[in-house]
Design a protein around this ligand. Sequence first.
Ligand SMILES: Nc1nc2c(ncn2[C@@H]2O[C@H](COP(=O)(O)OP(=O)(O)OP(=O)(O)O)[C@@H](O)[C@H]2O)c(=O)[nH]1
Ligand SMILES: [Mg+2]
Length: 300
Amino acid sequence: MTDTRYRTGYLAVVGRPNVGKSTLTNRLVGAKVSITSRKAQTTRHRIHGVLTRELAGQQCQFIFVDTPGFQTKHRNALNRLMNRSVTQTLADVDAVLFLVEAGRWGSGEKDIVGLLPKDRPVILVVNKIDRLADRKELLPFLDRVSKEYAFADIVPVCAERGDNLEELLKTAAGHLPAAPPVFDADDITDRSERFLAAELLREKLFRNLGEELPYGMAVEIEKFEQEGALRRIHAAVVVDKAAHKAIVIGKAGERLKRISTDARKDMEALFGGKVWLETWVKVKSGWADDERALKSLGYE
Ligand SMILES: Nc1nc2c(ncn2[C@@H]2O[C@H](COP(=O)(O)OP(=O)(O)OP(=O)(O)O)[C@@H](O)[C@H]2O)c(=O)[nH]1
Ligand SMILES: [Mg+2]
């Protein structure tokens, strides 16, 4: 029998690379379950961010499915896997949050419209409204995009500051089916600490390195042990080319040290305990276009 006290649903968070999908997911969940950066294609895996709370007297469980940015630029095995993960997610969810940047509707958005499931509600989330030079630009933009698809709703937000997210949750709650919760009330993600540790380290690499490097980079957790409240983590940074190794390590190892310290602090905040983190760099040429190497790095 269905538990009518609860509404529970999966909501895909989709959009072009870099529109703020992971920032929004984290804001809604209230913790950093998905990494973010200024660079496109930060997210490579499908990640569930879970929020359980009461809204207008109704118990709700939102399961946000953060996805990699959908794109068609670089064609390799990793991108094919990432795009596939977006289309599979769209096939499985109860509703869709389609994120765009305020003032921007281009070929990337049109491509995604072609993927939207016609039989489920799609909420258009217009993000980064703080970036508009003039607030007066918002209404004409909302009017224009409303003609592009039969959106169930359109909600402008600023994910970074958390503006209008309560409104977005209220709108989304209206599309959750009556169903018992899937996760415990205090769960925030479906991902393991091991996975989250690798992601947090990857985020610091993305944020600390130049434009060319991050794409050909991955993180492998070689050991994850817990002794009481202490977690001991051994991580390898996998790079594509031998020349990249020196760049990651930096002069006298200072860059890798800074990256590791930043990652350790985030891990301690997320896990709520001390972390001892050891990192090193290894070279695996061509991993991003090698299906077997991708599998060993945890890509589905
Ligand atoms: N000004 C502004 N910046 C934002 C907002 N939301 C996100 N950002 C920034 O946009 C950049 C991309 O954010 P992400 O959350 O990583 O974007 P994403 O869509 O998950 O990107 P991919 O995973 O690469 O597809 C980051 O630098 C964020 O800080 C917003 O509301 N306003
Ligand atoms: Mg992302």
